[in-house]
Design a protein around this ligand. Sequence first.
Ligand code: THU
Length: 142
Amino acid sequence: MKRAAAKRRASAPPDLAELVRLARAARHRASAPYSGFKVGAALLAESGEVVTGCNVESATYGLTMCAERVAIFKAISEGLHRFSAVAVVADSSRVSAPCGACRQVLWELGGDLWVRLADLKGKSRTLRLSELLPLPFDRRNL
Ligand code: THU
């Protein structure tokens, strides 16, 4: 019984509504003059702290940084190392999922996070990062 409760806790997503709100606010700070596609992310650390990110584009295009990686790099640089969830908000005809590069970096630095994807109209989807990145390559392969 005790173990079942612990397992339920481990597999139940935290309350992600506030995280979506913070990702939405971060999206307003996006610097996306080339694509016009603004993205916001909010990363929840196990400590309860939230670190946000937005996409920041470069005129070279290739140096553009996605919102999710901005958030997790910021968090690591602030000394946070354990995370439980990330929310990603974009204005898209279907909820926008992290790109492949972000999936890899989130996996390596954040582990099997809960991922809440949301648009501006209230549509959302919640899944685990391992569903977005099955069979990952990471330190265990080296
Ligand atoms: N973008 C993100 O911020 N996150 C993603 O996971 C996908 C793409 C940004 C990068 C670029 O500034 C714009 O969206 C269009 O690709």
